[in-house]
Design a protein around this ligand. Structure first.
Ligand code: GLP
Length: 264
């Protein structure tokens, strides 16, 4: 895992947007895995800014979101489809038909997961999967106890997650109990994963994910098994990391190496 500790949430977003920018430059028909939650909003703002400045072009890009709530009416402002529309899609030139989220309106919800995984495969697989992390260590809506090999499927939300997400609804009773989420196994198939975390509420989950055992108790710890995962943190989210100094030293060396490699 490449662990990058930036000075604040804005720098986290700037750093993440740089990875998106270089990927889009090298591969205009990129397949992006996208995430919701408050953490990626700053990154989406940076991507919009760069698009407006002519530095990014999403014309040929395809996107697949990690997850969607089950049970909200179509057009509900807290549905992840609306979130993506508002926070990113309507501001950039991605083709609407190239943006995908799990279809939760389908009568055959049980089949939806497999269909979604097949669609991702047919698109050539995900080049870069963006992730946030839940305070209980979940990624997507893969709650503690999720199989580390799980595929996209229906998943019940824990009380902790429903409580965490209640701030977006009138009350916890309005937070859906079910979701369709990419599985951990599906996420691990992405060529690169990039997880962002900011704020002290994420510090425990981040420490367990990076320095704890690989365990279904902390679904994000499965990323230790991925060959190309970048974790970008602010100091609050990084505060419990035991090997923080080592990650910072390694990152300096990595950047030095990258600059000499590009110069030659
Ligand atoms: C939700 C999403 C996750 C996200 C998490 C953290 O549960 N399904 O994908 O990582 O929230 O959200 P936030 O960034 O708001 O803390």
């Amino acid at each position: 895992m490449r662990v990058i500790i930036e000075s604040d949430a804005d720098a986290v977003a700037e750093c993440a947007s740089g990875f998106f920018q270089s990927l889009l430059l090298h591969k205009p028909d990129v397949v992006l895995g996208l995430a919701t939650g408050s953490t990626p909003i700053k990154l989406y703002q940076k991507l919009i800014q760069k698009f407006q400045q002519g530095l990014l072009n999403f014309q040929q890009a395809t996107t697949f979101n990690l997850d969607e709530y089950v049970g909200l009416e179509i057009g509900h402002p807290e549905s992840y489809r609306c979130f993506m529309q508002e926070q990113l899609f309507r501001h950039i030139n991605v083709r609407p038909e190239a943006t995908h989220l799990p279809q939760v309106e389908s009568k055959n919800l049980l089949r939806q997961g497999a269909d979604y995984d097949e669609k991702i495969l047919a698109a050539g697989g995900i080049d870069l999967q963006l992730l946030g992390i839940g305070s209980d260590g979940h990624i997507g809506f893969n709650e503690p106890g999720s199989s580390l090999a799980s595929r996209t499927r229906i998943k019940a939300l824990t009380r902790v997650t429903r409580q965490d997400n209640a701030r977006f609804f009138n009350s916890i009773d309005d937070v859906p109990k079910l979701s369709v989420t990419m599985g951990i196994g599906s996420i691990l198939k992405a060529r690169r994963c990039m997880l962002l975390a900011t704020g002290p509420a994420k510090a425990k989950a981040i420490q367990a994910m990076i320095e704890g055992s690989v365990t279904a108790r902390v679904p994000a710890s499965a990323l230790q098994l991925h060959p190309d995962t970048i974790v970008i943190l602010d100091p609050d989210a990084a505060k419990l990391l035991q090997f923080k100094d080592y990650y910072q030293d390694s990152e300096l060396l990595q950047r030095e190496l990258e600059s000499t490699t590009t110069e030659t």
